[in-house]
Design a protein around this ligand. Structure first.
Ligand code: 0L1
Ligand code: MG
Length: 259
């Protein structure tokens, strides 16, 4: 059995030292997904012990294209803490990041506890507001080269990452069909990608439902007040010193990350 504590230590050191590492599955091919979630949770416990607080969760691999790349049929999840919430006006701390990439997402703020089994309709009913958001992911692994257990252990590429929440909070009923909600992604003002909400599991709320259902297998729920990043609408775009990445969301304003 892989030494889960040693893997958690190695990941924590890589965050602390801002160094990339080889994926664990290169030497531990038997590392399972459940063991990887165990490692992930050990990393979150360290953050909690250091005074951080869980504010929500994130989903990744929510598009069929990314799932095919990784040869999986399901998304994955990680946890968000208060230390990961980044103010749009503040430049990203590039000295804490290895190879950051930015991706536009629809964020859900839960007004009520969400417990699985649940559905898209129930997720929308439990949602107080949706926001446009940018997630800044940053894998611990050299060249973003990982297998599924590696990326799960690395908190779904959010071990050192952050999120920026957009300026408009809208009740789901006021934004219309989230599957059709459009997004335009630009880097330094130049168009990089366009997408609609359906890029995320055909409905971003389906990703939130998947998460609640997955957590229910462990007897866990998503409490009221949770902020959930439902998954990337487009491919992630690299950001470097002096660059800005902005996402314009239909009805939800524009969110900008500056480095
Ligand atoms: O938030 C994400 O979609 C990232 C999930 C992990 C895969 C990656 O780092 O590309
Ligand atoms: Mg993401």
């Amino acid at each position: 059995m892989p030494d889960l504590d040693a893997i958690a230590d190695r990941l924590a050191a890589a965050v602390e030292q801002v160094t990339d590492i080889e994926r664990f599955t290169a030497t531990e091919p038997d590392l399972t997904i459940e063991q990887a979630y165990d490692v992930q949770w050990r990393g979150i416990e360290r953050r909690l012990a250091a005074g951080e607080r869980i504010v929500g969760a994130k989903l990744g691999l929510t598009s069929r294209a990314k799932q095919r790349q990784m040869s999986v049929d399901d998304p994955l999840y990680g946890w968000l803490t208060d230390a990961m919430v980044h103010e749009a006006a503040t430049p990203l701390p590039l000295d804490r990041l290895i190879h950051p990439r930015v991706e536009p997402e629809i964020a859900f703020l839960l007004g009520e506890e969400l417990a699985g089994p649940t559905t898209v309709v129930e997720v929308l009913a439990a949602t107080e507001a949706v926001f446009g958001a940018l997630e800044v992911i940053d894998s611990r692994y050299r060249d973003f080269d990982f297998r599924l257990p590696d990326v799960v252990a690395d908190n779904a590429s959010a071990s050192a990452a952050s999120l920026i929440v957009g300026p408009v909070a809208a009740a789901p009923a006021d934004v219309g069909d989230l599957r059709l909600l459009g997004c335009v992604l630009r880097r330094d003002g130049e168009l990089v990608a366009t997408a609609a909400g359906a890029a995320v599991m055909e409905h971003p709320a389906a990703a939130v439902a998947w998460l609640a259902n997955r957590l229910a297998e462990q007897g866990r729920t998503l409490p009221a007040g949770s902020l959930i990043l439902s998954g990337a609408l487009t491919d992630a775009v690299a950001i470097g010193a002096g660059q800005t990445v902005s996402a314009e969301f239909d009805g939800l304003g524009t969110v900008t990350a500056a480095a």
